[in-house]
Ligand binder design. Structure first.
Ligand code: FAD
Length: 486
């Protein structure tokens, strides 16, 4: 029987394992941790449950597609659609509830921000067209195969290049709005892939369509159900998992992959798929292979500093997703991407799953995931940065919610870029692999196949098409399409 080894059980690794099994391979996943899921993991602390990584779930059909490959295995995975995507707050008291229905969003935003409803609607229509025009080229196919460029979808996208906003920044694109708060709200979509709105190209204005259009979702039981349900499925269909077994080398002979090595010896396979970040894959597992320098030197995406707080009170003004905006957005991004530090006025994101899953916190309490965007780990003094950031975050929450939140924090766990790198091998703790601060970023990302070693493939957030749950799942789909049936 043809064999496949997957290095890492992050979302890309789990999805690749399921897809390869479906193609008839005997699949073994080697995972350095003692759990599956990588960044999509969860912890329990003092009666509170916290999703450790992703909190926003879009394009849920990509998870359904994997379960649908094996309809006879009924693994529970259900979700709800959010009517309101996010509650936004500013220090001057402005509060905005962002509906996921386009018409409702436009009506409400037009009223709150005294913004032209026609301009708002046109913006969202354009967002949708850009998404539909480019998704096939940038998200669903390998950018590194000639056949991609000969498809009708690609020709359509290239024909529409001037319309795609490739030659200005997202912030410039968002100057169509009169109210700076509206510009700031649409600028925040750059952080979907860990980029800066002042550098990332205007084409990123297609991202709002994901929320205000297709919609945002919440898996029953929390985000952890995404990785858990895929792990359960993989187990049921016979994928073998070897936990606490870090891969130290990818072996190859005459330009063909032969397998991997761990502390327990050598393991042969016909196919190897690496879900490890592509930078350490080359630096640690492929030491004798020429590095694709330009690709590995691409600027990394932002990382995050997260405080997981058990709160002994309920805040009815908050919802599942909440954003408390900085008063000075350009400076916040200058700190992250240029100074590699944290501004004193960060935008604070609060995710509260106990709003949907009551058992995630004791009665009358809430589980807060409080995150600010942060630079990757470049050896900064994190203890000092964390202490200052904690004070600044509390101050921002107090100003926006008119409270003293420090009196309500009953338990705390902290994750910073160093921890994210340690837990998942993500280079510098980047959340999304390479940043999209350059209009050529998509083309510089590592392909899903290895051009030097036949039958070696790459999946996950650090390779094509990029980071985030949907793109990691798509990376596994593109990879599986490149691999013949067993
Ligand atoms: P990873 O999760 O990076 O996992 C890689 C796996 O490989 C790990 O399990 C690691 O232990 C294993 N591994 C590495 N090296 C080896 C080795 N040598 N041997 C064996 N095993 C190895 N995305 C969204 O869509 N929405 C969000 O709201 C969102 N928010 C985020 C918030 C945070 C705090 C973080 C950290 C991420 C967030 N993301 C979000 C991004 C998303 O989590 C990632 O893009 C995605 O989960 C990455 O999946 P991956 O396939 O790249 O694998």
């Amino acid at each position: 029987m043809a064999t496949a080894i997957v290095i890492g059980s992050g979302l890309g690794g789990l999805a690749a394992a399921v897809r390869l099994k479906h193609k008839g391979y005997q699949v073994t996943v080697f995972e350095q941790n003692d759990y599956a899921g990588g960044k999509l993991h969860a912890i329990e602390k003092d009666g509170y449950r916290f999703d450790l990584g992703p909190s926003l779930f879009t394009l849920p059909y990509l998870v359904d597609d994997l379960h649908a490959l094996f309809p006879e295995h009924k693994i529970p995975f259900t979700y709800l659609k959010k009517e309101v995507g996010c509650h936004y707050f500013w220090e001057d008291g402005t509060i905005f509830h962002a509906f996921t229905d386009q018409k409702e969003f436009v009506d409400h935003a037009g009223d709150i921000f005294v913004e032209s409803k026609r301009i708002l609607n046109d913006y969202l229509v354009k967002s949708k067209s850009r998404y539909n025009l480019t998704k096939s080229l940038f998200l669903e196919k390998s950018l590194h195969k000639v056949s991609t460029y000969l498809s009708i979808d690609t020709i359509k996208a290239l024909f529409n290049a001037p319309f795609l906003g490739l030659f200005n920044t997202l912030d410039q694109e968002n100057q169509v709005f009169k109210n700076p708060k509206m510009t700031q709200l649409f600028n925040r979509y750059a952080t979907y892939n860990g980029s800066s709105p002042y550098q990332t190209p205007g084409i990123m204005s297609m991202i709002p369509h994901l929320e205000i259009g297709i919609g945002t979702y919440y898996p029953h039981g929390g985000m952890h159900r995404i990785s858990q349900s895929l792990y359960e499925l993989a187990q049921e269909i016979g994928v073998e998992f070897r936990f606490r077994e870090s891969v130290s080398q990818i072996t190859h002979d005459n330009g063909n992959v032969t397998g991997i090595t761990t502390k327990n010896g050598a393991f042969n396979a016909d196919i190897v798929v690496s879900n490890m970040d592509v930078v350490p894959t080359y630096k640690n597992l492929l030491r004798n292979v020429k590095e694709p320098k330009k690709t590995l030197e691409q600027e990394r995406s932002s990382s995050a500093l997260i405080f997981y707080w058990g709160i002994d009170k309920e805040f009815p003004e908050l919802d599942l997703h909440n954003i408390l905006f900085s008063e000075d957005y350009p400076t916040e991004f200058e700190y992250i991407f240029e100074k590699k530090s944290l501004s004193n006025d960060p935008t604070v994101y609060i995710n509260i799953t106990s709003k949907e899953t009551k058992t995630d916190a004791p009665q009358g309490c809430e589980n807060w995931f409080v995150m600010i965007n942060a630079p990757g780990d470049y050896g900064q003094n994190w203890e000092e940065l964390i202490e200052t950031a904690r004070k600044n975050i509390i101050e921002k929450i107090n100003k926006c919610l008119k409270t003293d939140v420090s009196n309500h924090i009953v338990t705390e766990y902290i994750l910073d870029p160093r921890g994210i790198e340690k837990n998942t091998s993500s280079y510098r703790g980047a959340l999304y692999g390479a940043a999209s601060n350059d209009k050529f970023a998509a083309f510089l990302r590592h392909p899903n196949f290895n051009s030097q070693i036949k039958n070696l493939y790459h999946v996950g957030g650090s390779v094509h098409p990029g980071g985030g749950i949907p793109l990691c799942l798509l990376s596994a789909q593109i990879t599986a399409d490149l691999i013949p049936d067993a």
